[in-house]
Design a protein around this ligand. Structure first.
Ligand SMILES: [Zn+2]
Length: 353
């Protein structure tokens, strides 16, 4: 109930700011800030077709969001955005970032950005580029185009050694809980032994005729496309080698993921890579050891998936971002970006996500 009330107040307040034009006044009186939007795929595109809604945003919708901000804020990639924020003066800033390096970022988003004349940041996993391999989550989504989630879970149970995950998942399905795909993905991500999970998913992927290289080619940009994005004004950033959950790795292994990802991008793109985003990006997906390794590896900034805007004193290795997808709502993004939620917080009203 309390949560529902908060959501209603948040919605009302954001609409009030947006439709009355008050957002402009708030933007003018609140201290300067950098708002970073965070998405994955741009649709319509072959790469995003079988991916869940929370991983994609329609290109026309994204264009209208950026065009709106472009008329009132300065749009730039994250690296320059953080620098400009620190140097003071000027408009507040908005950066668009897209994670993982999906092919539609090159095919669909780049031409749109060029129409608007703005840049963005794309975070690249290096293994799809170097080896044309994809992480387990993409094989999982692909299998679900061939089999139902219930079929998948049964097969997973037959093949896995880690029975506990199977039982938990099966419970979700038999009890008819909401969104079994999301729930089972969460279990695969956090509650299974990663080696066993990867082995089992590889088996099921092969049983359905999956070919890893073809899936990588469908989903991920090539080096040539990455370089074309770079020369088209997109800042490219590190996102580890294989999109591992850094907090679940031994510190040395986490550091290797971070550092080798950066070295690969430096080799492939021929320039320094100062910007990083933690894979998955939630507080529990990285830790202090990973954060220190990010700095030691030479990155200047690191983005999380924690909602909020950034100020000059925001820790540069813990930048906040606002997730955008098919369900993104401009008035809520504006309420954050104009400093509206920060203003409400000054009066004790916590309306931010
Ligand atoms: Zn990612």
């Amino acid at each position: 109930m309390k949560h529902k009330l908060k959501m209603a107040a948040r919605e009302f307040y954001a609409r009030l700011l947006f439709h009355t034009g008050l957002h402009a006044l708030v933007n003018a009186v609140m201290p300067r800030r950098l708002t970073i939007l965070a998405g994955h795929c741009v649709s319509p595109s072959p790469s995003s077709e079988h991916l869940p809604t929370e991983m994609k945003i329609d290109v026309a919708k994204l264009e209208s969001i950026l065009a709106w901000f472009g008329r009132r804020y300065e749009i730039c990639p994250i690296g320059p955005g953080v620098e400009k924020l620190k140097s003071g003066g000027g408009k507040s800033l908005v950066a668009l970032s897209m994670d993982d390096g999906y092919r539609d970022n090159y095919q669909v988003m780049l031409p749109m950005l060029q129409r608007l004349g703005v840049g963005a940041t794309v975070f690249l996993e290096s293994r799809p580029l170097d080896e044309r391999k994809v992480n387990w989550s993409h094989k999982f989504f692909w299998i679900l185009t061939k089999a139902s989630i219930v079929e998948f879970i049964h097969r997973y149970g037959e093949l896995c050694e880690d029975e506990r995950a199977y039982h938990v998942a099966n419970q979700y399905v038999t009890e008819g809980r909401e969104d079994p795909v999301y729930q089972f993905k969460r279990i695969l991500k956090y509650e299974t032994d990663p080696h066993d999970r990867d082995r089992v998913i590889d088996l099921i992927f092969a049983e359905h005729g999956g070919v890893e290289r073809e899936l990588a080619d469908l989903l991920y940009v090539t080096w040539d496309e990455a370089r074309a994005m770079q020369s088209g004004g997109i800042e490219l950033g590190g996102h580890t080698v294989s999109h591992a959950i850094l907090s679940k790795l031994e510190p040395a292994e986490a550091e290797r993921e971070i550092r080798e990802g950066r070295e690969s991008l430096k080799r492939g793109l021929g320039r320094d890579i100062p910007t990083f985003a933690y894979p998955w990006g939630r507080r529990w997906d990285f830790n202090e050891a990973a954060e220190a390794a990010v700095t030691r590896s030479g990155f200047k900034t690191a983005s999380t998936m924690h909602a909020g805007v950034n100020r000059p004193d925001t820790t540069p290795t813990r930048l906040h971002r606002l997730a955008i997808d098919e369900n993104a709502q401009l008035h809520l993004l504006v309420a954050e970006a104009c400093g509206g939620f920060a203003l409400a917080a000054k009066f004790g009203l916590k309306l931010s996500e």
